[in-house]
Design a protein around this ligand. Sequence first.
Ligand SMILES: Cc1cc2nc3c(=O)[nH]c(=O)nc-3n(C[C@H](O)[C@H](O)[C@H](O)COP(=O)(O)OP(=O)(O)OC[C@H]3O[C@@H](n4cnc5c(N)ncnc54)[C@H](O)[C@@H]3O)c2cc1C
Length: 386
Amino acid sequence: MTKTAFDVCVSGSGAVAMSLALALSADGWHVAWAKAPESGQPTKPDVRTYALNARAIKLLERLRVWPALKASSAAVLEMDIRGDEGGAVSFSAWQQCVPELAWIVDAAELERLLGEAMRFAPKVEIVPPVTVHGAPVDARLLAICEGKFSGTRASLGVSFARQEYGHWGVAARLKATQPHHGVARQWFRSPDILALLPFNQPDPVASYGLVWSAPQARAEHLLALSPEAFEQELQDAILQSDASAPAKVGQLSLTSPVAAWPLALAQASRWTGPGWVLLGDAAHLVHPLAGQGLNLGLADVDTLVAVLKQARMDEPWRSPGDERTLRRYARQREWPTKAMAGLTDGLLHLFADQRSPVRDLRNAGMSMVQRLGPVKNWLIGRALDT
Ligand SMILES: Cc1cc2nc3c(=O)[nH]c(=O)nc-3n(C[C@H](O)[C@H](O)[C@H](O)COP(=O)(O)OP(=O)(O)OC[C@H]3O[C@@H](n4cnc5c(N)ncnc54)[C@H](O)[C@@H]3O)c2cc1C
C-alpha cells in the first residue's frame, strides 16, 4: 500500500490559504501548498485596508504575523454610523469593555507578511497548482481557498450562484488635516455607502482607508476623475451626508491610486465533500459594508484547524479528509456566514430604497438600536467574533 505523501493540500494564494497552511503546519500536519505561479508581470499594489476583528487578530497572533503587522495598523476605538435622514448609531471600545473594536490593517502588507512566514513554515512544501486533472500531489484532504472565482470548486460541480449588486467597492488611502482619534465613520447615503477607516500611514494619527460602495456607473465616474476632482467629490459627499463631519475629519487628500472591485453576494451550495473542503471567499462572498469577508475566511481557518486537531485526538484512525469530520466544520461555519450575509444584504436593500416612509423607518430604526443597549451589544458581539 502506498503512503499518502501529504495530510493536506492547500490550494490558493491569498490570506486565507496562507493562514490555513501556516496553522496546519504549526499543528504538525504535512502540508502541500498549491499556489498560483508568479505571473512575472508587475502587479498593482492593493490599496485596500481591512477591518479585522478580535478573532482574526488572535489567529494572526498564533501565526506570529501580528507583531509585525500591528506596526502598520491602527486601532478602531469608536464607530460612528449615520443614516441618510438623521439616524445614527455609535459604538465605542470602552462601552464594550474591550481595548479596541477592530484593527485596520494594510491588505498588501498582510499578504506580504503571511508570504514571509510561509518561507519559514516547517512541513510546508510548494507544489504546482491544482488543474482540471485534480490535485498535483497525493493528499488526504484538499482545502480549496481559491477565492470567489475558484476553478476547483466549479470542477467539483459545486454551484456558487452570484447575485451581483451592480455596485463596486471603490478603495483608496487618504490623509486628513485633522487627527482621526481612532474613530471609524460610515455614512449610509442611499444608494451609496461611504466609510472612512482610521489608519496610521503615511500620517500616524490622521490617515484613512476609504471604502466607497457605489452603483457601477458612479464608481466608473469616480475612477475616471483626476485626484483633485476625486477629493472634491468625496468632500462634497461627506458634507451632504453629515454637515458636522468636515470639521471633524478636516480636508482629505489621496495618498494612493483609486481602485475598485465589483461586489456580489454568493454562498457555495456545498462546503465539503469526501476529501475536500471550501474556505474563505471560495465558500462565501459578502458585501464589504460591514468589513467581514476576510474575518469570515479567517474564522473558517480557525474552525477547520480546531476540528481537525480534535478529530486527530478523539479518532486518530480517521483521515483529515473524512467527510464526517469535515461536516463538523461546515455545521459550525455555515450559520454565522449566512447570518452575516443576510445582515449586510438586508442593510444594503434597506438603504437602497428611496421611498420616504422606508427612509424614515430605517433612520428611526438606527436611533432605536442606539438606545437599546442589549441589541447594540448583540450586534457588536457578532462583528467582533464572526
Ligand atoms: C473593497 C473591499 C473591501 C473589503 N474590506 C474588507 C474588510 O474591511 N474586512 C474584511 O474582513 N474583508 C474585507 N473585504 C473582503 C476580503 O477582501 C476578502 O474576503 C478576502 O480577500 C478573501 O480572501 P481569500 O484568501 O478567501 O480570497 P482571495 O483574496 O481572492 O485569494 C484567493 C487567491 O487564490 C488565487 N487562486 C485562484 N485559483 C487558484 C488556483 N487554482 N491555484 C492557486 N491559487 C489560485 C487567486 O488568484 C487569489 O490570489 C473587502 C473586499 C473588498 C472588495
